[in-house]
Design a protein around this ligand. Structure first.
Ligand SMILES: [Zn+2]
Length: 503
């Protein structure tokens, strides 16, 4: 399938469904946030109604606003197919002196086109009518849950649990954000029970119809031009069973028998990006020679190692798509946490993880010489997700150091940040609170550097003690602390012993 179609899909229908996903996630978070502000249990019922009431109408309005007017997009896409596949084939007709019927007079083609447009639009309305998320129903089992149940059951339940004190706000917002982002807004086919992300489903609905139209046009052209041969186009990273027949010339019957035309798994089937064009013996020249195809087959089959695994061309493109989906989910999660007013530390970690995934994606794409497709990750400019360079650098060092040293939970939570403990006030003075355990741990990890160890002291049992001075605290409040570590033997991991303000 031509790049033009892909770009139009990405800028149109796919984008609309991605915006819809974001809008619905935001709406759910907004409602939890509202519920988080309920303080009195007395008017709980009334408050709950204010949080959840009218949700059905609200969601309908969100869907209408986000994907309304998709018909115009569908027409534009099909117009493009007619232009690219039919109008432009006029040149071949002239070359062999055949009569070309303009589209305006080609009633058969118009009928086919209209039927396929109708089919695509029907599928798009089915998608918009069966929305939901895959929700964890306990024990890690995830079940497709329609939007109406998300609002009336899942959300209601979560809010009730929060009001009863079974969950605290931060835990809840973290769970919901992670769950929704990992699932993504989905549509379900109730007949098969199979669900897919809405943008993927919308893309498939249109690509399938457009592919069929392109195929019909090629067949029509072939018959009008008096040939029974067709050339299938070639693209890199084709799935293995399509790679076998791409780039070659086949008869109509072979397109069916060899390439699986008409079947879901074959040519012009699910997610197939191949097309075929009439091939006129003595007039047409093959686009790809047998030698070139053989050379490409060899190249594409070659396995390239990357971080302990091996990927051929197809596997690499699959891996790249998975990375894009994961990054999009991480991005949404970070945005939801921020919007829901989660603990700043949770937001920061989510943003740094996103940046780390983006770095990995860049490196993978470069290694396999694949173009980066960032429009599949972010589709608008709302909200910067990447953290500042300084924050990210500290995060990376902390992550690297995490496995190198031992910082017992008790030291952080029952000592440094425990009100009344010996040095707690020193930590509170520089901006930490009781709830900042994870942040303090990361700040310490980010500044851990054995080259800066001072006051080394051998203990009698062969253990070694040393100090590292660190600047700890919130921006503007930072002060110097002495953090004391101990290595129990030459190859033991240093463990945190104590710490206090100094200077
Ligand atoms: Zn294909």
């Amino acid at each position: 399938m031509k790049q033009e179609y892909q770009s139009m899909l990405q800028a149109g229908i796919e984008k609309k469904y991605r915006v819809l996903e974001e809008e619905i996630e935001k709406d759910i978070i907004r409602r939890i946030q509202k519920a988080g502000k309920i303080t009195s249990a007395a008017d709980w019922q009334l408050q709950r109604y204010m949080v959840l009431g009218h949700s059905t109408e609200d969601v309908e309005a969100i869907v209408r606003q986000a994907v309304g007017g998709s018909w115009a997009d569908t027409f534009k896409l099909y117009d493009e197919v007619i232009e690219q596949e039919y109008v432009r084939s006029k040149a071949i007709y002239e070359q062999v002196n055949a009569y070309f019927v303009p589209y305006e007079q080609n009633y058969e083609l118009q009928q086919i086109t209209n039927a396929l447009i109708q089919q695509s639009n029907d599928e798009l309305s089915n998608i918009s009518g069966s929305l939901g998320f895959m929700v964890d129903v306990g024990g890690g089992r995830r079940v497709f849950t329609p939007l109406s149940e998300i609002y009336n059951g899942y959300l209601d339940n979560a809010i009730t649990m929060m009001a009863s004190g079974a969950f605290d706000y931060n835990t809840l917002i973290r769970q919901v954000a992670a769950g929704l982002a990992a699932s993504g807004l989905r549509t379900v086919d109730y007949a098969s029970g199979h669900s897919s992300r809405v943008d993927v489903a919308a893309r498939r609905a249109l690509l399938t119809g457009m592919g069929q139209l392109a195929g019909q046009i090629s067949r029509m052209n072939g018959q009008a031009l008096g040939t029974d041969k067709y050339e299938v186009d070639w693209h890199p990273g084709a799935r293995p069973d399509h790679a076998k027949w791409q780039g070659r010339v086949w008869t109509w019957q072979q397109l069916v028998d060899v390439c699986g035309l008409g079947s879901g798994a074959g040519l012009l089937g699910w997610n197939c990006r191949h097309s075929y064009y009439p091939f006129l013996e003595g007039v047409s020249v093959r686009n790809y020679s047998d030698e070139w195809l053989a050379e490409m087959d060899r190249k594409e089959a070659r396995k390239v190692p990357y971080r302990g695994k091996e990927y051929n061309a197809y596997e690499a493109t699959q891996k790249q798509r998975q990375m894009e989906t994961a990054m999009r989910a991480q991005r949404e999660k970070a945005q939801m946490l921020k919007q829901g007013g989660a603990h700043p530390d949770d937001v920061l970690v989510a943003r740094c993880k996103y940046q780390a995934m983006l770095d990995e994606y860049k490196e993978f794409s470069r290694k396999f010489k694949l173009p980066e497709q960032r429009e599949r990750i972010y589709y608008d400019l709302r909200g910067r997700v990447a953290p500042s360079q300084r924050t990210y650098k500290e995060y990376k060092i902390a992550e690297e150091n995490r496995g190198k040293v031992v910082i017992p939970d008790a030291k952080i939570n029952s000592f440094f940040l425990k009100p009344g403990a010996k040095h707690a006030e020193e930590f509170f003075d520089v901006g930490y609170t009781e709830k900042d355990g994870k942040r303090l741990r990361r700040d310490i990890l980010a500044q851990y550097n054995e080259n800066r160890a001072v006051d080394k002291k051998e203990l009698t049992d062969g253990a070694e003690r040393f100090s590292i001075f660190m600047e700890l605290g919130s921006a503007g409040k930072r002060k110097t602390f002495r953090i004391v570590w101990q290595k129990d033997s030459a190859d033991a991991k240093p463990r945190l012993i104590t710490g206090h303000r100094e200077g």
